[in-house]
Write a protein that binds this ligand. Structure first.
Ligand code: SF4
Length: 143
């Protein structure tokens, strides 16, 4: 799949650090989260991602901007559910051929929506506590 790297000719803000599976969470998010501080921060970041035209993000296979306000973050690259979230990241990267580099979020999301299937979403997110109440599968695959 052809993914769009950051266009260096455009004047852009600092990239937001995001881990691969949060590319999916940010598409399904509807205001629910681990605690009030997490939700307030998630609201702000997701609002930017959903309203801006070209937001640079830098993918990392580690803790990211959204983890920074999460009560489950125990340290850098250390989440209380590390094994699970690392598996989400690895499967997301595998399905959409992602690398640790800078992308434009909105372009990347379009590519993901073009290529994602419900089976792929079950493979990546089947074990996620939020899957039963999140709109991620529907928003991403349209099914
Ligand atoms: S649960 Fe873990 S991966 Fe998810 S936002 Fe919190 S620290 Fe990050």
């Amino acid at each position: 799949m052809e993914l769009t790297p950051r266009d260096p000719s455009k004047q852009q803000s600092e990239p937001i650090l995001l881990r691969p599976h949060h590319l999916l969470c940010t598409q399904g998010y509807s205001g629910k989260g681990y605690d009030a501080a997490f939700v307030e921060h998630m609201d702000r970041i997701v609002h930017r991602l959903r309203t801006e035209e070209a937001t640079p993000i830098r993918l990392t296979f580690s803790t990211d901007e959204l983890c920074s306000r999460c009560p489950n973050k125990l340290g850098e690259d250390h989440c209380s559910t590390n094994e699970k979230v690392k598996a989400f990241d690895a499967k997301t990267a595998e399905c959409f051929h992602l690398e640790e580099k800078t992308y434009i979020y909105q372009d990347l999301v379009k590519e993901i929506q073009k290529n994602a299937t419900p089976e792929m979403m079950d493979y990546i997110c089947g074990d996620c506590q939020w899957a039963p109440i999140s709109s991620c599968k529907k928003n991403i695959t349209g099914k």
